[in-house]
Design a protein around this ligand. Sequence first.
Ligand code: 13P
Length: 256
Amino acid sequence: MPHRPYIVGNWKMNGTRAMLAEARAIDRAAGRYPDVQVALAPPFTLIGALREAVSAMGVGGQDCHTQPKGAHTGDVSAAMLVDTGADFVILGHSERRKDHGEGNAVVQAKADAALAAGLAVIVCVGETLAERDAGKADKVVAGQVDGSMPVGEGALDAVAAGKVAVAYEPVWAIGTGRVADVPDVVAMHATIRARLTAIYGEAGDKVRILYGGSVNAGNAADLLAAEGVSGALVGGASLTADAFLPIVAAAGTGEA
Ligand code: 13P
């Protein structure tokens, strides 16, 4: 694996301060796997507290607005994420694409805004079951990569600096317990890599491509060992240290 493995927990709309103990336990373990980059994206409300509670891992948001400030009730800007202690943001998650009608252009604008504010980004892509069954998975995901990745001023530098990642999350694998087959993951990651090279040239090699969708302690080792898989974006199994730590361990070369 040419990249440092990146294991990211997406807490989605889960977590109150009572869950900070889990974050601390995850952080302690992250410190024991220095070869793995570990991060959590809690809800906005916990970012500041989590930042204070942890030291070895990254802390991120799950969305940001395209604009730095203004009349956008309920929204949060990239600068605000930075201010509260985030160092990265997940963008274009399928739940946001579905629940909030986010299309590729909006995701791209958010990614550019996030990079401009100094955040690293994880841009999510993935096909629905209907799209896969119709044989369109490759085309859909390639289109999402082409349309969603940051291209603004400074984007290429951020890519070259390793601040941009993609998460391939087949929609039908999210929260379903139905993980994608390893050969299908390998094939899709190769498709994504080709698009990244087309967009960024050689620097596209620096973009880590994570897999997400029902990753757990039982399947993480196989997925993380697969060609072109540089890490995992984990939902349900990131909510407790007991569930998350075996995934971190699977990415590492052993406890120091
Ligand atoms: P699950 O791991 O719960 O399937 O969620 C994956 C996901 O959507 C992470 O962003």
